[in-house]
Design a protein around this ligand. Sequence first.
Ligand code: SAM
Length: 267
Amino acid sequence: MARRPLGDAETRRANRGWWDRDADSYQAEHGAFLGDVDFVWCPEGLREADAGLLGPVAGRRILELGCGSASAGRWLATQGAHVVALDLSAGMLRHAVEASARSGVPVPLLQADALALPFADEAFDIVCTAFGAIPFVVDSAAAMREVHRVLRPGGRWVFSATHPMRWIFLDDPGQEGLLAVHSYFDRNPYVESTEDGVPTYVEQHRTLGDRVRELVGAGFVLRDLIEPEWPEGHTQEWGQWSPLRGHLFPGTAIFVSTKPTTDTPNT
Ligand SMILES: C[S@@+](CC[C@H](N)C(=O)[O-])C[C@H]1O[C@@H](n2cnc3c(N)ncnc32)[C@H](O)[C@@H]1O
C-alpha cells in the first residue's frame, strides 16, 4: 500500500474490480449493522430516522449514489419516497437484489458511474449517499457538478465520507491509530496494489476546505457539516472506526447542501 498519484482510468478499474470482489465480504462483515431496510449514515450509527438530514422524503424523487446493497434506498421507499439506487459495482448490486427480495421492498437499481449519471437535468429532489462513490473517484469536484445537474433547484445533496482528519492516522482502530503519521495536506490517494504493482483499491483524500470548495464550486450552498459523536455504549468496530478513536476525534463528516433556487443565488 502507498499514497501515490493514480490516473482516472486505473482508479476506476481498480475500484470496480475491488467492489465486485469485495462485495460478499463487505456484506458478511457489515450487512447486519446496515440492515436490509435502514438508513445508517456512518459507523457511529447515526440513522436518518433520527437525524432527518434529508428533510421530508415522502413523495420526493431520491437518487441514492454508491448504494451498495441499497438498504438506505429501501428505507426511503418505506417512507414514501420514489427512489433510484445506483452503484458502479455489479457485485454490490447483486446484494441489493437479494436484500430487496428478502425484505419485500424493491427499489429500482442501476449500474452506472457517479461521474456520468444517466438522468435528465433536474430529475431529482434529493441525492444522497452514505460513503458511496465520492471517496473513490479521482475527480470528486466533477461528481459534485454531476449531482448538481440532476437536482432540481431547491434540491438537497447530502453525503457522508471519512472525516478528512482521519487521513493523518494509520488505518488502525487501536492505539497505533492514535499517532499522527501522514500529512493532512497530502492529496495523493491511498493505493493498494498487487505484487506486480497493479492497483486493486484506491481511496481519495480531500481536506475539509477542498470539500467546501468542491461543493460551492459546483453551485451548492453548504447548510451543515455533521461530525457524529461516538455514542455511549456503542461497541461495534468498523475497520478503523472504534470506540477508542471515536471518543477522541471524529471519524465521519456528513455534508448537507442545497442547490439554490434561481431567486436565491449562491453569492
Ligand atoms: C463503502 S461502500 C458504501 C455502500 C453503501 N452506501 C453503504 O452504506 O454500505 C462504497 C460504494 O460506492 C460504490 N462506488 C465506488 N465508486 C463509484 C462510482 N464511481 N460510481 C458509483 N458508485 C461507486 C462502490 O461500488 C460501493 O458500493
